[in-house]
Design a protein around this ligand. Sequence first.
Ligand code: CAA
Length: 258
Amino acid sequence: MTYENILVETQGKVGLIRLNRPKALNALNDQLMDELGDALVKFDADADIGCIVLTGSEKAFAAGADIGGMAKFTYMDVFKGEYITRNWEQIRNVRKPVIAAVAGFALGGGCELAMMCDFIIAADNAKFGQPEIKLGIIPGAGGTQRLPRAVSKSKAMDMCLTARMMDAGEAERAGLVSRVVPMDRLLAEAMEAATVIASMSLPSVMMIKESVNRAYESTLAEGIQYERRMFYSTFATEDQKEGMQAFMEKRLPVFKNL
Ligand code: CAA
């Protein structure tokens, strides 16, 4: 697949995907989401990649689903699942961590896309919002579900019902983003975090991702049980032997992802 709406590169063991529809503030259309899904699947399958960073431009991570593209849709167009969000959950199938590096606007589907990633690093100019209500619709890619889990029911209601934007500081205080950095440090910081993750044992990385995600979808008791099973299974890996041996020998571990 050739990409017209995203730019893809690798830096060491990190796969970097940039949303690239600058004239439309990276508004998310079907074609872009197909390309994004394709790039994510390829990085996920690439044994040389340990972590993925998804970013946009300085002005916009993404200003939402493409309004022009969906303005004329009928109920049956969207119900049949051929348009809007049909391919959006692809990112959830990716087993390696995906970090969202967000600068500028992350609105509507842009905020939802960032929340589908495993964690968000925000530039100090980032603005998050679910302004769909101003268009006579509601969030359609997880905004009413992931936002309350990330920032509490009260703040999610406030944002979805009033359409107000949350700045980077508020987003960090509310727990939506893991850290806020100066704009000019955003990509470097995200790439550094991704490089650290990619240096770890991939089985551990993937098990942590699965286990933390399980916290959202199960009771505490089930989640604890799941984590324990995952924890036990790390003792079947060569990397566990290497990691502990290296600690005892006071050297850095050399993980083989086995
Ligand atoms: N879809 C399509 N085009 C968009 C867009 C979107 N979501 N957001 C911005 N653009 C386009 C604008 O139409 C404009 O194009 P032209 O230059 O051709 O006119 C260009 O990007 C620049 O935008 P503005 O001139 O509006 O820039 P601004 O700096 O004045 O404002 C903004 C920026 C506040 C982000 C404003 O563009 C805006 O409010 N955008 C829409 C945000 C929105 O409502 N998002 C939700 C979409 S619905 C959705 O996402 C559904 C879902 O849950 C799946």
